[in-house]
Structures are given as structure tokens and as C-alpha cells.
Design a protein. Sequence first.
Length: 313
Amino acid sequence: MADVSESTGPPITTVAVIGAGTLGAQIAAMAAASGRTVRLYDVAHGAAEAALNRLRLLLQPVIARGDLDWELESVLARILPAASLGEAVGGVDLVIEAVREDLPTKRALFAEIALLNPNSLLATNSSSLPSSTLADIVPDPGKLVNLHFFSEFWSRSCVELMGCGQTTGETMSVLADFGRSLGLYTAVVRGESKGFIINRVWRAVKREALAVVDGGHADPEEVDRLWAFFWGIDYGPFAMMDHVGLNVVADIEDSYIAVSQDPTDRPSAALHALVSAGHLGEKTGSGFYEYPNPAFRATGWPRQMERSAGKPE
């Protein structure tokens, strides 16, 4: 793949975001805030319209406290819910996929997009599946990349860009410029790295935290207390997993395990028991913690661990 340099390619003026979930809606908002027209589509009826309402509720307090300098209604007005996939992707410069972390679902979607708009730049927001797994079903792999965004972009203002192995240098340059135009630190991954940079490191933390709990060495809150105490922060890996959504975490973990050569790399019993019971974290009110008042948000946490240990008589 050619080096990323200053873009000489055509600018991106129109964007389609496919998938109106938490992250898809936030990607649409970022693109709209940059002045672009955005078409938002979700296979679930009414999901794109509902996403606009969620964005309004989510972003109003963020703007009020000064974390974003946006005129919210103007931003939302540039996000146009699409009634069909064809309406969403027809004629746009860039299509960003943000559907569930499932390779067959993504492959079927990209096959449709390839028929509806064979000329656009294509990006998957997948956090664990490299775009090379989609390269054989798109008309021009030179225009295909991973663009991995992060939720709550006002505090995690970065994006990771990774090619599919056949991506052209021009495509990489255009999309690096696109990421920067959203106000995001744009990290370009060299070659192909499953999990990119951040999630590859985060995956190791998740795996070992789950292994400690599965092995009976500590419970989730004990792991989080020690982690938070050591690093001087207010939460730990299990709180983070609850925030992401335990079904999403399980899908990502399973995608790593499917290609792992490590015999000790196996599904977490603790994680899958919660997912099977429908306890998916913050969004369902329970996961590794109970919400809306999880233990890690209590005053004095995590130093309560020291006090609760007691002292010798």
C-alpha cells in the first residue's frame, strides 16, 4: 500500500452511514457537523428517525457544558433519514457501514452496496474485522478501508484508518483528510492489525480481566477497584465492558477467538452467562454492575477497598 500523503483526490461532500445505532448515529453527527450532507439508514423501520431524537438528548448536555461548539439543530438538519439502502448510498462519495459486528451480515450488506453504488469510497467501522475480509465482494478494493470511530467522540476524539491490503494511497490520503476534517486525531495503521491499535491493546486487557474472574481469582468489582486504584482513574475494565454493551463485547471476543492460535483463548463463562440471561450492561440496567447506580460511581470508590479490608486488632 502506498504511503499516506496530502490528498490530491476529490473531496468528500456527501456521506451515507448505514446503521443507526449508538455509534452510527454519532458518526452521522460528526460528518454533518463538518458541513456535509449525511444520509442515515437502518434496516429497522423508524430507527434513523429515532436516532436523531437520541442524538438531541445525548448532545444537548455535551454542548451546554462546552465540550462541543455546535449549533445542534443545524447539525441534525443535515442528517437525512433514508427510506431504503438505495436511497442512502446512491451517488454519495463515501459509505460508512456501522452495523453489528458479524462478518456474514457485513458481507451481505457490502455486496448490496456494491451493486447500488460501485463508485463510492467504502468504509467499515468494524472494531475487530479487517476490511480485507470484504475485499472480494466489492467492485474496487482500492477504495475500501476500515474507519474505526469511538463512541462519545467529544472525549475520545480519534479515529483509526486501516487499508484492506489493496487500498490505494489516494484513498488512504482522502480518508485521512476526511478524519482530520471531523476534528479527530487520525491514526493510520501500517499494514493489517486485527483490532487496529487501541482495540488490540484493549482486547488483551479484557481477555485477562475475564480470565481472572473465570478462574475464580477475583470478582469483577475487585478487578476494577485494583485497576482504578493503580491507574488513578474512576473505573475499570468491567465497567468499560458494561458501557460498550456485553453482547457487543461477546461478538468481538468471539471474532478474535475464531482466528486465535492460542489454545487458552476461549469464550468467557462469566461474560456469556450474562449475555445469555439478557444482562447486557448499562443499556439493560444490569451486567457486571447494577444501574443506574453502579458501585464504581459511589463516593470514595475505589479507595473503599482499603477501608473495607479492615485493620488488625
